[in-house]
Design a protein around this ligand. Structure first.
Ligand code: NAD
Length: 495
């Protein structure tokens, strides 16, 4: 199926002022129109109206809408997954995987809709009861990045909807078509549901100023924003200034430690998937590899040989493992980072543009391995491209300290068969990241766990575990069923 067939499959119009191009070959795949301040304002107003009705619908019934949406996703997995590949450039397996992740979070949210539990708390006063109730928070603004154009919205939206919130979504300007297709599927679910309020989910299209309109708006008590640390730095103060709540999912600079006891065949596969998968454009992509000095030469030489045979090319073809970068800017960032790494004493294998003749308007690169003398300024930055910085270590504690010595704190992992090392890595003095894995790479998280990271990654959590609480407001209630009015802390106040 070509882009135009997929767009007509979703009934999407192909007109608008803004051209959308595929990173696969630079060809136009659709057109969209951007919102202006007036239309954003009108859409937020509709989101508020939808919220006011939706918050009164019982949560398990709200779950039914998400269940129906999950069915629409299942029925359209192939078409939407293909559109993800066409618009974001990830290989088809990953495009389909992204839609599967949406389905998984819908399933999770359906179960959650019957489990929005509060606490009953022992009161210190006789004849009193205390309880904690979770209420819907309000319309949730969702700002998403290009590299997970639909799954990240689904992590937020599926939870927010069962929590009783409406959602208003500003997708990345690089991937508006997948957002519009997702909205079509959501509307189909709404239709089958029957009596859901209109405008439960809205899309606003535009550049970062459109994101700022959401950030500033006091009618949106929660803003969930996924993207670069730069974006978070600009957005968070705006939301905080109006006492809104931000859920920030920002840049990562993820590491793996490979210890002498590691199963190297597993480590190699994990490294390759995490470092070159999605062409190094995952927030959880592996960027820093610390290898024990006794196995360094063996592991690095076999990685180099794997890298020299990687199938790079059109992500729609089944044999391809590495698709294109999103655009020219991403390619230039990669070139700059490699040149800086070289200046800092790095030895680079790979890198550089490939397939330029076949795809003159797209940016395919050979993933690079940069052997670094130490953790230089370039290594400490997130470059959103397939560059793996490799460093030696001799002491395990020193490897953990170096792993933690970067501004970001998203994902981390260790490959070891030594129980002491594994436990040290996971203990309070171990990895400082939101995600810490043993004998698994840093990317490819399951939706059941809370997803997010510390430090410049923003501190937000989305997806599983108790992340839902960020989409609700907590209310503590004390009920007096006695004939007296005792005050807390035994205070006497006779009138
Ligand atoms: P980006 O920061 O350029 O844009 C992300 C989104 O924010 C877009 O919708 C954009 O229009 C909007 N935006 C940008 N500046 C804004 C501002 N000042 N105010 C309001 N909105 C603004 O990021 P990108 O290039 O699309 O994505 C790559 C980045 O996202 C990487 O840094 C990656 O690590 C990060 N990311 C993080 C996670 C996570 O869960 N931690 C997941 C995916 C991507």
């Amino acid at each position: 199926m070509q882009a135009k067939d997929i767009l007509s499959h979703f009934g999407l119009s192909q007109s608008g002022d803004h051209v959308v191009r595929s990173p696969i070959d630079g060809a136009e795949i659709g057109r969209v129109s951007y919102d202006d301040a007036k239309s954003v304002d009108a859409k937020i107003k509709k989101s508020v109206d939808a919220f006011l009705a939706w918050r009164n619908v019982p949560a398990p019934r709200r779950g039914e809408l998400v269940r129906l949406f999950g069915e629409e996703l299942r029925a359209n997995k192939e078409a939407l997954g293909r559109l993800v590949t066409l618009e974001a450039g990830k290989i088809l397996q990953e495009g389909l995987g992204e839609v599967q992740e949406m389905i998984d979070i819908c399933d999770f949210a359906v179960g959650l809709s019957r489990q929005l539990y509060g606490l009953t708390i022992a009161s210190e006063r006789p004849g009193h009861r205390m309880m904690e109730t979770w209420h819907p928070a309000g319309p949730v603004g969702i700002i998403s990045a290009f590299n997970f154009p639909v799954a990240v919205w689904a992590w937020n939206a599926a939870l927010a909807l069962v929590c009783g919130d409406s959602v208003i979504w500003k997708p990345s300007e690089k991937t508006p078509l997948t957002a519009l297709a997702t909205q079509v599927l959501f509307e189909r679910a709404v239709k089958r549901f029957g009596d859901a309020p209109a405008h439960l989910s809205r899309i606003v299209l535009g550049l970062r100023d459109t994101g700022q309109l959401l950030a500033k708006d006091h009618r949106l008590p929660v803003i969930s924003a996924t993207g670069s640390t730069r974006m978070g730095r600009e957005l968070a103060p705006v939301v905080a200034a109006r006492f809104g709540r931000s859920i920030l999912e920002l840049g990562g600079n993820n590491a793996m430690i490979v210890a002498p006891s590691a199963k190297l065949d597993l480590a190699q596969r994990a490294i390759t998937f995490a470092a070159v998968g999605t062409a190094g454009q995952r927030c959880t992509s592996l960027r820093r590899l610390f290898v024990h000095e006794t196995i360094y030469d063996k592991l690095v030489s076999s990685l180099k040989s794997i890298y020299s045979n990687l199938p790079i090319g059109n992500p729609l073809e089944a044999k391809t493992l590495v698709g294109p970068l999103i655009d020219k800017g991403a390619f230039e960032n990669m070139e700059r980072a490699l040149s800086n790494a070289r200046d800092e004493g790095g030895q680079i294998a790979g890198g550089g543009r490939v397939l330029e003749n076949q795809f003159p308007n797209a940016f395919y690169v050979r993933p690079a391995i940069a052997e670094m003398p130490n953790q230089t300024a370039t290594v400490e930055r997130e470059t959103f491209a397939p560059i793996l910085y490799v460093m030696r270590y001799s002491k395990f504690d020193e490897a953990i300290a170096r792993q933690n010595a970067v501004p970001q704190g998203l994902s981390s992992c260790v490959f070891t068969q030594d129980m002491q090392e594994a436990e040290k890595f996971l203990a309070s003095g171990g990895s400082d990241c939101g995600i810490a894995n043993v004998n698994i790479g840093p990317s490819g998280a399951e939706i059941g766990g809370a997803f997010g990271g510390e430090k410049e990654t923003g501190g937000g959590r989305e997806s599983g575990s108790d992340s839902w609480k960020a989409y609700m407001r907590r209310q503590t209630a004390t009920i007096n069923y006695s004939d007296a009015l005792p005050l807390a802390q035994g205070i006497e106040f006779a009138v």
